[in-house]
Design a protein around this ligand. Structure first.
Ligand code: ADP
Ligand code: MN
Ligand code: MN
Ligand code: MN
Length: 339
């Protein structure tokens, strides 16, 4: 038997963006515990905007477990928050979403590393060289001295945890980076995004760096890119059958529900979706082949394969909740009949 450190992690009740919370429970197991072996646990919801002080107990229900290689005998346990009667807490955005393991999601999480209230590598006053050389750049003047150490360490932590990273890259603004996560099913994919966000924030503590997930941390009036979370998706039907007619019906449905999509694509998105900096305006919907100024980008491969494959919704932002984003995409897809 060994004593395992189980970090129970959940989303708190802050609006419009939940924060990640976590606390450690020590339990004995003879080997790394399975999800089924992990007990329910509780916390004081009055300290996380999830309960009144008078009746403050909330329940943590483990829903996914990942190894944590930064601590000996340790696990990261993604949890849903339940009310004492076992029903989902209103802040629990995972419990009621649509899921389908045959729908695959690839989330491109962009973010800024921040130090002393400004992007990592920005001078104390003013700005560094304008955007141009930072995206996928190399060299001290492009990426500074510690950012790469952070993003590489984060990648290893995530891979060790079994999170399905597909890649990382330096982004368009100085101090801005991206990681990509692929998962089959909305819950599987989104659990991994939340856990990767958690690991990044925790890792950055030791560097005196914060992760800024806001979609336009430098404001809309400056010529610096915002952060998105482009959401790539494909259903079984899109991958195996597809076709131009189905694609056009699908895009008509995305157009019809554009406001419902924007409503769950992250706060302050009007600051980011301006029509500039590789975005479409927030009140418009369009799609285009290889068009990075479109709401939905259609990869060349999609058209070349007879309108089969995946599509990229470029509107979700870096603070969006991947549970809600994936579920909304599935909800709109479900309105389109397949022949
Ligand atoms: P770009 O920066 O050019 O938009 P990335 O390489 O950063 O592209 O991201 C592409 C994303 O598409 C990856 O997250 C990948 O997992 C995802 N993806 C690839 N194939 C599929 C698919 N069939 N279904 C869903 N997502 C996919
Ligand atoms: Mn990308
Ligand atoms: Mn990007
Ligand atoms: Mn993209």
């Amino acid at each position: 038997m060994a004593k395992y450190k189980l970090e129970y992690i959940w989303l708190d009740g802050y609006e419009p963006v939940a924060n990640l919370r976590g606390k450690t429970q020590v339990k004995e197991f003879d080997k790394f515990p399975t999800l089924e072996e992990l007990p329910l646990w509780g916390f004081d919801g009055s300290s996380t905007q999830q309960a009144e002080g008078r009746s403050s107990d909330c329940v943590l229900k483990p829903v996914a477990v990942f190894p944590d290689t930064t601590r000996e005998n340790a696990a990261l346990v993604m949890c849903e928050v339940l009310l004492p009667d076992g029903t989902p807490h209103p802040s629990n955005s995972r419990a009621t979403i649509i899921d389908d393991e045959d729908t695959w999601f690839g989330f491109e999480q962009e973010y800024f590393l921040f130090q002393d209230g400004r992007p990592l590598g920005f001078p104390k006053d003013g700005f560094p060289e304008p955007q141009g050389k930072y995206y996928t750049g190399v060299g001290y003047s492009a990426v500074g001295d510690i950012a790469r150490e952070i993003v590489d360490a984060h990648l290893d932590l995530c891979l060790d945890a079994g999170i399905n990273h597909e890649g990382i890259n330096a982004e368009v603004a100085k101090g801005q980076w991206e990681f990509q996560i692929f998962g089959k099913g909305s819950k599987t994919a989104a659990d991994q995004v939340w856990m990767a966000r958690y690991l990044l924030e925790r890792l950055c503590e030791q560097y005196g760096v914060d992760v800024n997930y806001h979609c336009k941390p430098l404001g809309k009036d400056f010529d610096w890119n915002g952060s998105g979370m482009h959401s790539n998706f494909s259903t079984k039907y899109m991958r195996e059958t597809g076709g131009k007619e189905y694609f056009e019906s699908l895009m008509a449905a995305f157009d019809k529900y554009k406001n419902e999509h924007i409503a769950v694509y992250g706060p302050d998105n009007h600051l980011r979706l301006t029509g500039l900096h590789e975005t479409q305006s927030i009140d418009k919907f369009n799609y285009g082949v290889a068009n990075r100024g479109a709401s939905i980008r259609v990869p060349h491969s999609f058209v070349n394969n007879g309108y089969k494959g995946y599509l990229e919704d470029r509107r979700p932002n870096s603070q969006g909740d991947p549970y809600k984003i994936a579920s909304r995409i599935l909800q709109t897809i479900a309105t389109v009949p397949t022949p």
